[in-house]
Design a protein around this ligand. Structure first.
Ligand code: NAP
Length: 262
């Protein structure tokens, strides 16, 4: 892969939690930044502090990524600003309610943020990265992508989408020089629980956000396709991936499996 080390990083959801920690870490590595979220004041305050502590250039680009016109401004920035070499698609939210009790408009807004924005931002930058033969896209998924049973409603499905999209992009864009990483955090101490009205009572342990992002960046530096910071044994992920791949040749069949034939 071409060197992405000193290129500008655009981070969504950079005003808090995991995104704010990415901003801090990339600034300390010497990257210029573009920070995207809704809360301009919070981003300006972090930007001022990081500029003075690290000397990097930081632009604040406020946008509600569920609003198509505001999302389009971020897409245009990714398309046109050739300094941007890394996209961290991190902005995301969860929902308290299960599927049966969901407000469908709320559910659609969640899909706009967790799915549509992630897709459109990657889609906006991918042609330029492919033309340049370099660039990196980091998508923040979740371990619930692998554990739909543990959260009600559509949140896990949105995170599965992010994982699968990342894997598709790896297959398509990887050979063209673009690095794509899916990061799967487990429970991490951020505002997401409070914001979505989720109780943390049932969450046995939480990782601190700095530790999560430092681990994700070790995976980034190693160009891992999928980084699961809390998983102790990498072999468990590798076995899971191998079991999936072992099925692939068996999907090519002219006839249905014997158990489905009358
Ligand atoms: P957080 O502390 O609540 O931060 C969410 C960030 O997204 C904030 O910067 C927020 O900023 C931004 N955001 C929310 N809605 C937005 C919108 N409509 N438009 C633009 N930006 C928006 O949550 P977090 O835990 O850091 O979450 C970051 C990512 O990690 C999410 O994708 C989440 O699904 C994933 N994740 C989190 C955990 C965990 O346990 N924390 C576990 C697995 C995966 P503004 O309010 O300023 O817009």
């Amino acid at each position: 892969m071409a060197d992405n080390r000193l290129r500008t990083v655009l981070i969504t959801g950079a005003s808090a939690g995991i995104g704010a920690a990415y901003a801090e870490r990339f600034a300390r590595r010497g990257h210029d930044l573009v920070l995207v979220a809704r809360d301009r004041e919070r981003m300006e305050a972090a930007a001022a502090r990081l500029r003075s502590e690290t000397g990097v250039a930081i632009d604040v680009l406020p946008a509600d990524l569920t609003a198509p016109a505001e999302l389009a401004v971020v897409e245009a920035r990714l398309r046109d600003d050739r300094r941007i070499g890394v996209l961290v698609s991190n902005a995301g939210a969860a929902l308290k309610s299960g599927f049966a009790a969901a407000d469908l408009d709320e559910l659609e807004r969640l899909i706009r943020l967790n799915v549509i924005a992630v897709t459109r931002l990657a889609g906006a930058v991918a042609p330029r990265f492919v033309a340049e033969g370099r660039g990196a896209i980091v998508n923040i998924s979740s371990v619930v992508a692998l554990a739909p049973e543990i959260m009600p409603g559509v949140y896990a499905a949105t995170k599965s989408y992010v994982l699968t999209l990342s894997q598709s992009l790896q297959a398509e864009l990887g050979p063209q020089g673009v690095y794509v990483q899916a990061v799967l955090p487990a429970a991490t101490r951020t505002e997401i629980f409070e914001r979505s009205g989720l109780s943390t009572d049932a969450v046995p342990v939480m990782m601190e956000v700095g530790e999560l992002v430092d681990a994700a960046l070790v995976g980034f530096d190693r160009e891992e396709a999928v980084t699961v910071p809390p998983l102790p044994e990498l072999g468990q992920w590798e076995n899971f991936a191998a079991a999936r791949k072992a099925m692939l040749p068996n999907f090519r069949q002219e006839h249905a499996a014997a158990r489905y034939r009358a």
